[in-house]
Design a protein around this ligand. Structure first.
Ligand code: ATP
Length: 241
């Protein structure tokens, strides 16, 4: 089958007031792939994800999901079209139970049987969540909250997941566990991923294709092997001399 772009951005510009945070970004995410956006703090990675999910409106440019223009749509419309945003800092509902957090992810779905199956899948991937199932999410550790945020996004039954720094603040062991599940959700459940990461080593280990951002622009792109071989990437992002 021909490879199709599930997501395509063309010349997107996003402002905070008069400050231009995204300066004409074009990128594509092929259906079925994991694509990463790397870059240092403040490069604009979070702003790109918020512009895609509808939390921010772009000033210019086009954002197409499966060929349909979604720029400036409300976040709930974009979510219903199949995009799940896992924000930086997880943003789980800390006073609700783990169960209610997960079920809230599925609030738009009518396929009750499949929702129950997906719920069991999430608890199979993340046994910690099962042991806290009726406890408030506030009792979870940072890593467990990241698991919950991922699980909640999966409960939406998305075609595309937007992941904002899932590795942030986690131990190497937990990062490994969480990224194994991210790859599993991609390969076995067929969910396309757009992953934002400051941790370039983790991003490159996981992705099929990557972009590097600096001050609101894309400065480099390529498939994983090309990026891994790049001297700039080795020196500035992987700390290899
Ligand atoms: P990180 O994820 O590490 O925060 P980032 O690459 O995601 O970094 P963004 O958060 O997208 O970067 O920020 C891009 C630029 O926009 C930065 O210069 C930042 O200071 C600015 N910015 C971000 N949020 C706001 C805001 N609410 N108001 C004004 N400027 C902002």
């Amino acid at each position: 089958p021909a490879m199709t772009d599930l997501l395509k951005l063309e010349n997107v510009e996003t402002f905070y007031g008069r400050v231009m945070a995204i300066r004409g970004v074009s990128l594509s995410v092929l259906e079925g792939k994991i694509v990463s956006i790397m870059g240092s703090n403040g490069a604009g990675k979070t702003t790109i994800l918020k512009t895609i999910s509808g939390a921010l409106d772009p000033f210019k440019g086009s954002i197409k999901l499966d060929g349909n223009e979604i720029s400036s749509q409300d976040p709930d419309v974009v979510a219903r079209m199949g995009v799940a945003h896992v924000p930086e800092g997880r943003e789980v509902f800390s006073l609700l139970s783990v169960r209610d957090n997960l079920m809230l992810g599925a609030y738009c779905r009518r396929d009750r049987g499949a929702v129950q199956q997906d719920f069991e899948k999430v608890l199979g991937w993340f046994p910690d969540l099962r042991s806290f199932i009726d406890k408030q999410a506030a009792y979870l550790s940072g890593g467990q909250q990241q698991m919950l945020a991922l699980g909640r996004a999966f409960m939406q039954k998305p075609r595309l997941m937007l992941l904002d720094e899932p590795s942030l603040g986690l131990s190497p062991r937990l990062i490994g566990e969480i990224f194994d599940i991210i790859k599993h959700i991609n390969r076995e459940e067929g969910v396309t991923m757009l992953l934002v990461e400051q941790n370039a080593a983790v991003a490159l280990e996981t992705c099929d294709f990557g972009y590097v951002m600096e001050t609101g622009r894309i400065v480099m792109e390529g498939d994983r092997d090309r990026l891994l071989a790049s001297e700039n990437i080795q020196e500035f992002y992987l700390g290899v001399k």
